[in-house]
Ligand binder design. Structure first.
Ligand code: 3HC
Length: 290
């Protein structure tokens, strides 16, 4: 099975990053969005990122040559010839089902469908399509152009051939693929989410300040970001959503959202994207936040 062309659904942070990785690897890529302005915003981010890589000499082609392989569309029919279609829209099951139903009508019968979901069951998404054996999870990490990992997720219905083609595709994107099964949170969020939630609980219990807990994990464990910096980076709304899906699956306290996380999300403090989370990103005197 040869993957020669790539479709991406959604041109947000994850979708645009996946599209950039695929175009950089030499694939022609077409990205579907609801409106042209979302494509423009996503592609502006890609251009900025490619310029940074060119400045550092970490790409072998010119940014223009890579960018030329990226096309945007607002018409789902333009994805008819793609060999793999990776969905990276908002984490909402009915919306994703609607998208897969539309794709099913236009995609080639042998196209592989993939979802970049971080916690929704791949099997639940697959059930909205007529190609259970050709449906997988491909979970990338933020920021996609820099993060080396992709989790390749199989359901009980995924064929061996499709799974191995997806693993091979992950390698071609310059990522290190890890194989995992359809269990909520897969490998990374299964371990990362309880750790992040424990950091919030430790703070609630007065074990240390936000800055001290972050410093402790950065300098004591060699993590690139402390837990609160990472929570703000991922988005508290996203983390809160993931905890719900994981708690619903496992019914274990370690996956339950601490009260402070719930209240911050209710207050609209989502982290970097809203300017306020555990840190204030509007405060020019805050070195961690800027
Ligand atoms: N494209 C190109 N270059 C980029 C970039 C991008 N998208 N984003 C950042 N860079 C560049 C910066 O411009 C900077 O360049 P410089 O050295 O010339 O200044 C360089 O990369 C390093 O960035 P920073 O100086 O801002 O900071 P760091 O050295 O800390 O690196 C990081 C940034 C790679 C994000 C690092 O902090 C990191 O690895 N953090 C952890 C990220 C992480 O854990 N992500 C996973 C989140 S969980 C997830 O996504 C799953 C989901 O399901 C929740």
């Amino acid at each position: 099975m040869q993957i020669k062309s790539v479709g991406v659904i959604g041109c947000g942070l994850m979708g645009s990053g996946i599209a950039q990785a695929a175009a950089t690897a030499g694939f022609p890529v077409i990205v579907l969005e609801a409106e042209q302005r979302f494509l423009d915003r996503g592609f502006t981010g890609v251009e900025r990122s490619l310029a940074k890589f060119a400045e550092k000499g970490t790409i072998t082609e010119s940014p223009d040559a890579i960018r030329a392989r990226l096309k945007g569309t607002t018409n789902v029919e333009d994805l008819a010839d793609c060999d793999i279609i990776i969905e990276a829209i908002l984490e909402n099951v009915p919306e994703k089902h609607k998208m897969y139903a539309a794709l099913e009508k236009v995609a080639k019968p042998d196209a592989i469908f993939a979802s970049n979901t971080s916690s929704i069951s791949i099997t639940e998404l697959m059930a909205a399509t007529k190609r259970p054996e050709r449906f997988i999870g491909l979970h990338f990490f933020n920021p996609v152009p820099l993060m080396k990992l992709v989790e390749v997720i199989r359901t009980i219905a995924t064929s061996d051939e499709v799974f191995e083609a997806a693993v091979d595709f992950g390698t071609k994107l310059g990522k290190v693929p890890v194989r995992t099964k359809d269990s909520s949170g897969f490998i990374v969020n299964r371990l990362l989410v309880p750790y992040l939630l424990d950091a919030i609980r430790a703070y609630e219990e007065g074990v240390g300040s936000i800055v001290d807990i972050d410093q402790a994990m950065k300098l004591g464990c060699g993590y690139p970001m402390g837990p609160f910096t990472l929570l703000d980076f991922v988005g508290l709304d996203t983390c809160y959503y993931i905890t719900h899906v994981m708690f619903d699956e496992f019914r274990e306290k370690r996956f339950a959202a601490p009260p402070l996380l719930k209240r911050m999300v209710l207050a609209g403090w989502y982290g970097r994207k809203t300017g306020k989370g555990f840190y204030d990103y509007t405060d020019p005197n805050n070195p961690i936040a800027n």
